[in-house]
Design a protein around this ligand. Sequence first.
Ligand code: TXA
Ligand code: MG
Length: 346
Amino acid sequence: MVEVLTVDAENPETELIERAAAALRNGKLVAFPTETVYGLGANALDGMAVTRIFTVKCRPSSDPLIVHIASAELLPQVACNLTPLVFELAAAFWPGPLTLILPKQPAIPPQVTSGGATIAVRVPSNPIAQALLTASGLPVAAPSANRFGHTSPTTASHVYNDFGDAIDLIIDGGKTEVGIESTVLDLTLPMPTILRPGGVSREALAMALGTVALHAGTEDAGTQRSPGLLARHYSPNAELIFYTNSDRSAVLPRMRRQVIEEISQGRQVGLLLVEEDLPFFDGLGVDIASLGKSSDLRQAAQRLYSGIRDLDERLVEIILARDLGDVGLGLAIRDRLRRAAGRVVS
Ligand code: TXA
Ligand code: MG
């Protein structure tokens, strides 16, 4: 049986955190909230525990994990060649949703990095994650706590729905704040390169770095710089149709026609849209997950995965979503919708 500990999100109870930390030290799998999404954690120094993460997630062993540490001071435990730039970025963005790819410290078991010479590291800001890392005294390897390829979890019940009793402990710390994963920034390339857009915007990194490159996602997993960046990911059970046309007045009528077509075929339709878009679909009998106001992309990001999971729970067969641009968190939202989509319509 999985044990569920409900922990105060602002002031995590010491004795509960200690229980979870002891579980990590004993090689157990502990799901915990971060500010981005829930992670499925194991002691990063314990190759067997790390292997179990891959097994329960059904994740290919070729897809390396992110290691979470309590503070930048602990970087030498997990990474090498720590240049001043690393500490500048750490000072600017940690704790927070930025993952850095750095040369791996040899003491880290190869399972964590899928045998690779680089390691992904971040310092999460969520108080429960912070308390757990500090109490355990360990670097903690943790991918998002979902079945491989499925939508990432932003609540403890999402985690439970994916794993049930296959893991040892879930810390329930409520809803996650950012709602989408960290930005993955590769510092081992000639030019700092975003491998995965996420909670820290490209604009914020460009301000700090001068320039930052954006890795072009390719469909071919074999040539991926970041093995996890498969074209198809974050998938709901329903088929998600993603409309990429940024001209709202052109795209909404097309979406409306699609809804009417799907309904006439007897399908149950869900919409994952900003509030302002919803009146266009009045009276059609669709299920709705609102992303909030289009001016608030933070809220849209926060609601994205839970919206997808809610629509799945209501057993819709088709989900329609549209692009919200590439400014700020828009870029990460676009990336996730594109990968979650069964069909992309331009
Ligand atoms: O916000 C997050 O990053 C969450 C929370 C739990 O911290 N974690 C997360 O982990 O999203 P995961 O495993 O779902 O995604 C990690 C991504 C994958 O795309 C993986 O391929 C990439 O980071 N990655 C890990 N190590 C890497 C490395 N050494 N080089 C390039 N990409 C790497
Ligand atoms: Mg993931």
